[in-house]
Design a binder for this molecule. Structure first.
Ligand code: PXP
Length: 250
């Protein structure tokens, strides 16, 4: 496996290739083929979220991804017994615990860790023992980050959705406040020894300031890249994101 130490990693989320496939049923477009192309285009990892309702990625996609990927799989899942069993069967490189509500269109907020500390500590322990890096998808909130650290997570992924939404709505005051919070909380998480990732809603306009946070080592980006690939092709869409991330870091 390639060692990308030092470089900001790009995890490409392929969920929405599966959304498109599922809109018609059948097998195309194939998210595994998208993952293979993403690897070729310089993705450092592939992210896929197996939701309880299987609205995009389905179990056989995870089987095939585990069988074919050369780069690490970041398996996103809710903290349920069913998902824990699947993760323990596959032992992906990383498991990212996300909150999940059936009625939501996408993952709306970070995980509530502080109130569920004991339960989550018990939930992630076997995943860690199986060798998975455990990541918690979380808001830029000191209380939640401290709790993620206490339960034994190795990684936090900061939810960039509120920052991206504010940018899209032209509410630059909120956007800049969200960005500042994420900047402070990246440094705080890093000071605790947590590895810091970020993602949700990032695009070519919003990626640069987040990619510039020195503590952030990985961005996970999906919906925008899959949408942009309709116009540019997947490899070109990823290459442009890669270029922007590297430029932000330079
Ligand atoms: N990171 C996490 C934890 C997510 O849940 C998602 C969405 O599934 C992403 C990153 C990617 O978000 P987007 O598809 O908006 O780029």
């Amino acid at each position: 496996m390639t060692d990308y130490a030092g470089r900001l990693r790009l995890g490409v989320n392929i969920d929405h290739v599966a959304t498109l496939r599922n809109a018609r049923g059948g097998a195309i477009p194939d998210p595994v083929r998208a993952a293979q192309l993403a690897e070729k285009a310089g993705a450092d990892g592939i992210t896929a979220h197996l939701r309880e309702d299987r609205r995009h990625i389905i179990d056989s996609d995870i089987d095939r991804l585990m069988g074919t990927l050369q780069v690490p799989l970041n398996f996103e899942m809710a903290a349920t017994e069913e998902m824990q069993k699947i993760a323990l069967r596959h032992k992906p490189h990383a498991v990212c615990i996300v909150p999940e509500k059936r009625e939501e269109r996408t993952t709306e907020g970070g995980l509530e860790v502080a109130r569920e500390e004991n339960k989550l500590a018990g939930f992630i322990a076997p995943l860690r023992e199986a060798g998975c890096r455990v990541s918690i998808f979380i808001g830029a909130d000191e209380r939640q980050i401290a709790a993620a650290h206490r339960i034994g997570a190795q990684v936090i992924e900061l939810h960039t959705g509120a920052y991206c939404d504010a940018h899209a709505e032209g509410d630059f005051e909120t956007r800049d406040r969200e960005l500042e919070m994420m900047r402070e909380m990246s440094a705080y998480a890093h000071s605790l020894g947590l590895e810091v990732h970020a993602g949700h809603g990032l695009n070519y306009e919003t990626v640069t300031p987040v990619a510039a946070f020195p503590e952030v080592v990985e961005l996970n980006i999906g919906h925008f890249l899959i949408g942009e690939s309709v116009f540019l092709g997947l490899e070109a869409a990823i290459a442009e994101m890669r270029r922007l991330m590297d430029a932000a870091r330079a």
